[in-house]
Every structure is written in structure tokens, then in C-alpha cells.
Ligand binder design. Structure first.
Ligand code: BG6
Length: 486
């Protein structure tokens, strides 16, 4: 695929651009990974000249990057790539100015990156097309969410699809840009150890936790009415689930990987009203303390009572041959006691305990814990014999095999997930981007839960900020004789 020569960034004055996108582009620039000829045009509604825009980006870099990365010469050289063009996407004005600014670059590959409210995706794609800024080699990247349910996501996909071909559309799920998430592929498919056991014969259940300590972070207008199910499960957690549970792709090509993910996503068992009562828990935090600091409850932060869930726990099933009967417990929430993203694979017990007769008692079943963030490690719990002459019986004890990725790869700079995604976008590699059919399969499952919730009228249960969610979330898994790994 050819590289884009101009990057046009919609939402350039927004929060994501300032926090992540410009710092990531700057890092790529400093590491020499951007072509000399790559120009970056920021776009927002605010009228601003080039100098004002440069000042804004300079301030964003200073705020969000460590000081030792910011050498004045490098910052200036980076800013020299940047231009600005005001576009009012809602009113549909400013595209002609963009075309004028692009000039001859119009004829060469352009990458348009949309970090705007999702309602603007379709209109911007069509605005660009109407000005001829959608050449055969042009491509477009979009942040989440794509729609708010299956029907609306189809609509967005249709609108954007009428201006850009699917193999030029890059749907972002920033979890796929995380090194540790990509490492799941290496773990599963570059090792012989695990794959033969990766199925219902050997695995009792799987837990996926994405816990955050943050609350609303000033995103009230976006978050309320959206909630944890759509904000986190629909995208990040289902992508994690797909990577953990999919069949082996034949290669890491975009098509092979995404074909397997979509197959898996389509095998998720949709939930009925009966299912959500037994297999889902919604929570909303009340005031409490996180890491020793007192924090307000969700409704207080919002200033209004609300039925939006800030926590969700689900027991999901994958209806296919490999995972028959294996529950996947998913859990995510704001204002949890600690920030952690973790996958736990609970294996079944050994079929027969040969040590029972010599008094060893019950054997703990093996467990594999994959920490994705902030710690990056893989631990496997195995049984070992406690040293001794065993006069009063054999003593076995659980020990941990511990692989710390940050130690094994010490010295490597931890990259922002967006560095990888932006570079892949510029170079045209779609492997770590979400295909249309994946997004739609994700929505299909989420819609089944939303519809069932609506049918049974399930308001969220409160949980104290700084706890692991409502007690019913604990009961959800303990009913099955298991427990969350906290
Ligand atoms: C975003 C959600 O997609 O992911 C946020 O909208 C959430 O609500 C964030 O906080 C979490 O991302 P990370 O990379 O901090 O785990």
C-alpha cells in the first residue's frame, strides 16, 4: 500500500488530539519514522492562523511528553510540517479552503483522521468527496464509537462507505495499538505450550477485567446516556475477547486476522431478558474513596440522578466447538480500587489426583494471568512439591512462574498506542483496525443486551467508589463456584 503524503486531522483542537495524537506524531517524527515530505493539516471549527495553531500544539507537547524528549530544534522541525484550516463540518463549510491549501497534494494520497463526534463522520466523508478530496489512494480513519447501535453504525458505515472503499477505511480501537494486546497474538500463536490446551476440554472459564480508577473526567456530556457497556465492552473488551478466543488465523495479514475475529464475534450468544437477569450486572458508583482520596458519586458529578451504568459485569458464552460451555466473565468499571486490565485463564483440575492417598489434599487448578496494564506480565500458577521428607504426607504448594515483559524488554521506550496506529494508518496496514463486519457483529451482541435490559427494566445498582462493583457482580461468578481475581 502507498504511504499518505498529507495527513488531515479533524478535531485537531480537541482533547484526544492534544493528549495523544500530536504527542504520538511528534514521537514518530523524532524517531525518523515519518517521511520528510509528510505534511500535517490540523482542522477544527475555530478560526486560527498557522502560528496560533503551532503555539497550541507546542503547549500540548510540553504538557503531555516528558521534558527530555522535547528538544527545541526537533519541536520546531515537527511544527514546520503543520498547517491549519478551519472547517465547520456541521455547516459543511471550509472544504474549499482545505482544497486550496492542499493544492497539488490533492492529486497524491491523503489520510484523513477523524477525531470528532461520531455524528460528523458521515457528513465529513461526504464533504470531502464533494470537494474531490477522496482520491483512489485517499484513506480515512475514525475514532469510536461508530454509531450507538447496529442500525446507526450501519448508517455511518454506509455514509463513509459511499465516499471511501472499505479497504481505505480504518476504524480505530486504541486497545489494538497497545503492545500488550498485540502480544496476546504472540503468546497464543508463537508458542506450542498453550494452544493445545486453549479450549473447553482444559479451560474452566476466562475472566477479562478492565478496571479504571478515574470517574467522569469532565466527559459528562459524552458519557451520560452511553455507559460502560457501549463505552468499553462494545469495543475494547470485545476486541480483547476476540483475540483471546478466536481460531488461529493463517497469517497476521489484515484479512486473515479480521476474518477470525468476526467469526468469533458472531458466535457470541445473544442475551434474552432471562439471560440478562442471571448473567449481567449494572452498577453506578456512589461517593467513596479511591487510592485514599475522597471522590463524589456519579450522580453528584453529573448534578442529576441518572440510570447510566459506570460498571458492568457479564457472563458470556461463545457458541462454537472450541468454547462449548465455557463462561467468559467480563467486567469493567470506573472508580474501581485500582487501574488494571487483566485476562485470567482458569484451567480445569487434573482428572485424577495421584497425591490424594499420601495426604496432599486438594490440588489447585492451574491459572494463567495476563496483565495488560499498567503491569505487563504473564504469570502461571502451577503446583509444586514442598521440599521435605514427607513423613507426615506429601505437601504440595502453588507456585508462580512469572514473566515480566517490562523487565524482559527493559530499555525499550513504551510507546503510546496511537504511535503504532498512526504509523500503520499512514502506511496503509489495516491489521490493527476494525473492519465493518466486526463493528456490526459487536453491536449485534451489545444490542441484544440493551434490548433485554430495556425489557426487564434493570436500573444500575450502586457501588461505593473504590470498591470492585456491586455485590451482585461478585455473586455472578461465585454462584458458579469461581471468584474474581482481585
Ligand atoms: C476510552 C473510553 O475508549 O477508553 C474511556 O471512552 C476509557 O472511558 C478509555 O477511560 C480507557 O483507555 P485506557 O487506554 O486508559 O485503558
Amino acid at each position: 500500500s502507498v504511504k499518505v503524503e498529507t495527513l488531515v486531522l479533524f478535531g485537531a483542537t480537541g482533547d484526544l488530539a492534544q493528549r495523544m495524537l500530536f504527542p504520538s506524531l511528534y514521537n514518530l517524527h523524532v524517531d525518523g519514522l515519518l517521511e520528510e515530505s509528510l505534511a500535517i493539516i490540523g482542522s477544527g471549527r475555530t478560526a486560527m492562523d498557522r502560528v496560533e495553531f503551532h503555539d497550541q500544539v507546542r503547549a500540548a507537547l510540553a504538557e503531555h511528553l516528558p521534558g527530555d524528549r522535547l528538544e527545541t530544534g526537533a519541536v520546531d522541525a515537527f511544527l514546520a510540517r503543520l498547517d491549519y484550516c478551519a472547517i465547520d463540518a456541521k455547516a459543511g463549510t471550509g472544504y474549499d479552503a482545505l482544497a486550496a491549501l492542499l493544492g497539488e497534494r490533492m492529486e497524491r494520497p491523503i489520510g484523513v483522521y477523524l477525531s470528532t463526534p461520531p455524528s460528523m463522520f458521515g457528513p465529513i466523508a461526504q464533504g470531502l468527496a464533494s470537494e474531490g478530496i477522496a482520491c483512489a489512494e485517499c484513506r480515512i480513519a475514525m475514532e469510536k464509537p461508530i454509531g450507538h447501535d447496529l442500525a446507526s453504525s450501519r448508517e455511518v458505515n454506509e455514509q463513509v462507505g459511499s465516499a471511501f472503499a472499505e479497504d481505505h477505511i480504518f476504524r480505530i480501537d486504541h486497545y489494538l495499538g497497545k503492545e500488550t494486546v498485540q502480544n496476546l497474538l504472540a503468546l497464543r500463536f508463537a508458542n506450542m505450550l498453550f494452544e493445545p490446551l486453549w479450549n473447553a476440554q482444559a479451560i474452566d472459564h476466562v475472566q477479562i477485567t478492565v478496571a479504571e480508577t478515574v470517574g467522569l473526567e469532565g466527559r459528562v456530556s459524552y458519557y451520560d446516556g452511553v455507559g460502560a457497556l457501549k463505552d468499553m465492552v462494545q469495543n475494547h473488551m470485545l476486541q480483547l475477547l476476540a483475540i483471546i478466543a478466536m481460531e488461529p488465523p493463517s497469517s497476521v495479514s489484515a484479512t486473515a486476522v479480521r476474518d477470525e475475529k468476526v467469526k468469533l464475534l458472531r458466535s457470541l450468544r445473544r442475551m434474552t431478558a432471562e439471560d440478562v437477569k442471571a448473567h449481567s450486572v449494572k452498577g453506578q458508583y456512589s461517593s467513596g474513596a479511591v487510592n485514599g482520596a475522597a471522590v463524589a458519586g456519579y450522580a453528584d458529578e453529573l448534578g442529576d440522578p441518572s440510570n447510566t451504568e459506570t460498571f458492568v459485569a457479564l457472563k458470556a458464552f461463545i457458541d462454537n466447538w472450541r468454547w462449548k460451555g465455557v463462561p467468559f466473565y467480563l467486567r469493567t468499571g470506573k472508580r474501581m480500587p485500582q487501574r488494571k486490565s487483566e485476562v485470567l485463564i482458569q484451567f480445569k483440575p487434573v482428572p485424577h489426583n495421584i497425591f490424594a492417598r499420601v495426604g496432599a489434599g486438594k490440588l489447585d487448578a492451574n491459572m494463567m494471568i495476563i496483565n495488560l496494564q499498567p503491569e505487563e506480565n504473564i504469570r502461571v500458577k502451577v503446583m509444586a512439591k514442598q521440599p521435605g521428607l514427607d513423613r507426615d504426607g506429601v505437601k504440595l504448594k502453588e507456585v508462580t512462574m512469572d514473566v515480566s515483559l517490562s523487565h524482559s524488554f527493559a530499555g525499550e521506550r513504551r510507546r503510546i498506542a496511537y504511535e503504532r496506529l498512526l504509523l500503520d494508518f499512514i502506511e496503509g496496514d489495516q491489521t490493527l483496525f476494525v473492519r465493518r463486519d466486526e463493528v456490526e457483529a459487536q453491536w449485534q451482541w451489545i444490542d441484544s443486551i440493551r434490548d433485554a435490559w430495556a425489557a426487564v427494566d434493570m436500573p444500575p445498582q450502586t457501588y461505593t467508589a473504590g470498591s470492585w462493583g456491586p455485590s451482585s457482580a461478585i455473586a455472578l461468578i461465585e454462584r458458579d463456584g469461581a471468584s474474581w481475581h482481585d
